[in-house]
Structures are given as structure tokens and as C-alpha cells.
Design a protein around this ligand. Structure first.
Ligand SMILES: NC(=O)c1ccc[n+]([C@@H]2O[C@H](COP(=O)([O-])OP(=O)(O)OC[C@H]3O[C@@H](n4cnc5c(N)ncnc54)[C@H](O)[C@@H]3O)[C@@H](O)[C@H]2O)c1
Length: 286
């Protein structure tokens, strides 16, 4: 995808969930495009150190890793403050990317429906729902709230919140993922207009189906792209300030069909097929 990489030249950026997968690829692309300085924020200390050390050797003085659990508001506040100090008081770009996929069953099954399903998924409790929102929704919300005053002070900035295609194609056995990412999309698109006149750009970004650690011990779907492909596509569209950024073509098509009143049959047919495939054991069917 053609775009002006110079858009990122000299910019400062913070990426959460940056010690793996798409977050790490976003950092690597930003550095390759000539970003001034970047901060990797993650709660995985081992991966954070490994990648911060590696990238610091390649880009001396330009990279900092900050340990941060985004589900804890005080840690996000401390991380943003520390990042702003490293970045010379300026955060041009914040990418709230930390998140997880969260498969599970919604409720206990009523006998005679078999209690065990071949996916071996647990029934998700209120505690699970709270944890899901803490990571996929509140983590990003805290980041937005901390960075807005800094961006306002500096005359503007940009926030990309990483959602998922599931916000538009809500799949069975991923109710928590669909709900948290839809909520994050709503938050992001509201903020886009609340802060437009402050010159702070807000974008929702779906990464597309991407081969990362999010798939756990299961093989990602054969159609999955690389984290670098996802990061490039996100950054290309962010440079154009697209309202919703689509990380791959199926995500874009899914979003178009999802809300089209004349084509309900498309998502109904497809999503029912996914539900049935998953129920019969194809857990990574998308
Ligand atoms: N890979 C895909 O196919 C796909 C598709 C749609 C959306 N996404 C979204 O993309 C984002 C990145 O996922 P990924 O695929 O690169 O997965 P990943 O597992 O490779 O990376 C996620 C990173 O987030 C970090 N993290 C998790 N919880 C955290 C916390 N509480 N605080 C700080 N860091 C935390 C992890 O340590 C990890 O480094 C997520 O928001 C995910 O929902 C991914």
C-alpha cells in the first residue's frame, strides 16, 4: 500500500502491548520510517527487555521499554508520564494495542445438550468479563485519558486504538472479545469528534487476521498475514487519518456487510457457518 512514510519522520510514539506481534511490528515500522523516539510498553518483562535491547542496539538513544500493566490505571498514568519525559514532553502518537482474544462459552448448557463441547472452552464468569473489559477496553481508555492533555498542550497528536474485525463480525464463542472491541470502537469514534478541533486524531484499527502469539498453542488460520504486513497497512491508513482502518480485505468486507440492512443474509450465513465449525472442533475457524 502506497503512502507517505515521511508522515512518521521525526515523530515520537508510544505503543502498548509492544513486546510481541502487531505492537512490536508497529514499533519496528515506525523506527524504519524515521520516527524520532519510541516507547514500548508491555507487562511481559522478559519480551520487553529482549526487544528493547535489540532495537536500542540498532537505534541508539531512540528506544525505551516501560513495564506497564494496562489494566491498572496508575501504571498507565506512570507509564505515560515516564514516556513523555523520554520523548521530550511530546507524544505525537499513542497506539493502544495491548489486548487478548478471549474465547469461551457464554453459559452453562441445559441437559440434554452435552455439557462438554469439543472446543473444551470454559463458561465465562462475571470475573472473566471484568478482566476482559479491563484489558481490551479500560486499558485503552486510561491511555487516551492520560495522553489527551499532553497532546493538547503540544497542539495535537494522534491516537490509534486497536480493535478487531470482530467488532463488525461478532463470532460465536467470542462474546467477550466482540463486546470489548465493539465498545472500544464506540469510544474511539466518539473521541474522534470530541477532540477533532484540538487537532488530536483518533482512529480505530482492525489488524486483520495475523499470525501472532494471540492464537496460543493453535496454528493461526492459513490466511493469516504477518505482523509486519498488518503494521504497514495500519500505519499507511493512519497517515491518511482514516476513521476506521482495516488491516485486511476480509475485515473491510465484513464491516461493509455487517450493518447493511439489505444484506443481512451475508453475515447470517457466514457467522452461522463459523459457529457450527467452531462447535464441531475447528476452534480457529474465522
Ligand atoms: N492477531 C490477530 O489476528 C488479531 C486480530 C484482530 C485484533 N487483534 C488485536 O491486536 C492486538 C495485538 O495482538 P497480537 O495479535 O499482536 O497479540 P500478541 O499476543 O502477540 O501481543 C499482545 C501483547 O500485549 C501484551 N499484553 C497483554 N496484556 C497486557 C497488559 N495487561 N498490559 C500490557 N501489555 C499486555 C502481551 O504481553 C503481548 O506482548 C490486540 O489488541 C488484539 O486483540 C489481533
Amino acid at each position: 500500500m502506497e503512502f507517505d512514510k515521511g508522515y512518521y519522520k521525526g515523530k515520537t510514539a508510544v505503543v502498548t502491548g509492544a513486546a510481541s506481534g502487531i505492537g512490536l511490528a508497529l514499533i519496528e515500522e515506525l523506527l524504519a520510517y524515521g520516527a524520532d523516539k519510541v516507547v514500548l510498553a508491555d507487562f511481559n518483562a522478559e519480551n520487553l527487555k529482549k526487544h528493547t535491547d535489540r532495537l536500542s542496539a540498532e537505534y541508539p538513544g531512540k528506544v525505551k521499554g516501560i513495564l506497564c500493566d494496562v489494566t491498572k490505571e496508575n501504571e498507565v498514568a506512570d507509564m505515560i508520564a515516564e514516556a513523555a519525559e523520554f520523548l521530550g514532553g511530546r507524544i505525537d502518537l499513542l497506539i493502544n494495542n495491548a489486548g487478548a482474544g478471549l474465547m469461551g462459552r457464554f453459559a452453562e448448557s441445559y441437559s440434554p445438550v452435552p455439557k462438554e463441547d469439543p472446543l473444551g472452552l470454559n463458561v465465562q464468569t462475571n470475573k472473566d468479563w471484568e478482566k476482559a473489559f479491563a484489558l481490551n477496553f479500560y486499558g485503552a481508555l486510561y491511555g487516551c485519558r492520560e495522553v489527551i492533555p499532553i497532546m493538547q498542550k503540544n497542539g495535537g497528536g494522534q491516537v490509534i486504538n486497536v480493535i478487531s474485525g470482530i467488532a463488525f463480525y461478532p463470532m460465536a464463542y467470542q462474546t467477550m472479545y466482540a463486546a470489548t472491541k465493539s465498545a472500544l470502537n464506540g469510544l474511539t469514534l466518539s473521541l474522534r469528534y470530541e477532540y477533532w478541533d484540538d487537532n488530536i486524531k483518533f482512529n480505530s484499527a482492525t489488524p486483520g487476521t495475523t499470525a501472532t502469539a494471540i492464537w496460543g498453542d493453535k496454528a493461526p488460520p492459513p490466511t493469516a498475514q504477518t505482523p509486519q504486513q498488518s503494521a504497514r497497512r495500519i500505519l499507511a491508513q493512519a497517515a491518511k487519518n482514516r476513521r476506521i482502518i482495516f488491516g485486511d480485505d476480509p475485515d473491510e468486507a465484513g464491516a461493509k456487510n455487517c450493518f447493511h440492512p439489505d444484506h443481512e443474509d451475508i453475515p447470517d450465513t457466514y457467522l452461522l457457518e463459523v459457529a457450527r465449525a467452531r462447535r464441531s472442533g475447528e476452534s480457529t475457524r474465522v
